[in-house]
Write a new protein. Structure first.
Length: 221
């Protein structure tokens, strides 16, 4: 009897874990060789701790965005390259966490790594932090390219989530290799249906996204 109860609880947990709102999928279920480094589940981000709403290192996107992303992955694999995702769907509660953190100007634990040239007091005014995020609509993601032979990320000139002009796509103070790598990511994503936010080399949104201006808050789990 105890075994049956344990089995029932396990199946209930598994069902809850796998259930997403209609229109959303786990990217790693659809693109089996995608690489993930979901930074907001971890401490390696500009806040320096896991972010509210991120309960597991899984990647969630709309079906349409995932379908387009799979085409990007297949194109890059022909060059022995692939994608690594840092963030995708983002719950509204995570955006709220960012806003609360930004208002605490004394918390600068990760300043030297992620925003050395920006006064934390100016993060809202300069557009680095906002009360709403396109990520919460489910078709926006942050990503880079990795070399499949070495496992290393291509050199993009700045880390992911670096706050500053050095992260702008067309920043001039980059090596030719860094410029070329950024344009490879940009051009491949654009080719398969994404548009780019020019102030962040890693940030793309599906054109014709299905839930535009809808902001979801279900957890990443």
């Amino acid at each position: 009897m105890k075994f049956k109860n344990l089995l029932l609880l396990f199946l209930m947990h598994l069902t809850a874990f796998a259930q997403l709102p209609d229109g959303f999928v786990y990217v790693e279920d659809e693109i089996l060789d995608i690489q993930l480094e979901m930074r907001y589940c971890l401490n390696n981000n500009f806040v320096g701790q896991p972010i509210d709403g991120y309960h597991a290192e899984v990647c969630i996107l709309t079906k349409e965005a995932t379908h387009a992303l799979k085409k990007v992955q297949e194109a890059l694999k022909k060059q022995n390259l692939g994608l690594k995702i840092f963030d995708a769907y983002r719950p509204q509660r995570a955006v709220n966490h960012f806003s609360k953190w930004a208002k605490n100007v004394n918390d600068t634990l990760m300043k030297q790594e992620f925003y050395p040239e920006v006064d934390k007091r100016n993060l809202f005014n300069e557009g680095y932090i906002a009360s709403r995020s396109r990520h919460s609509s489910g078709s926006t993601l942050d990503l880079t390219i990795v070399d499949l032979l070495t496992g290393e990320e291509l050199d993009m000139g700045t880390p992911y989530d670096y706050f500053g002009k050095a992260s702008w796509l067309l920043h001039e103070a980059l090596t030719e290799t860094q410029k070329s790598n950024r344009m490879l990511l940009h051009n491949t994503m654009i080719k398969f249906g994404f548009r780019h936010y020019p102030q962040e080399w890693w940030h793309f949104t599906l054109r014709g996204e299905p839930f535009k201006n809808q902001y979801f808050d279900f957890p990443v789990e």
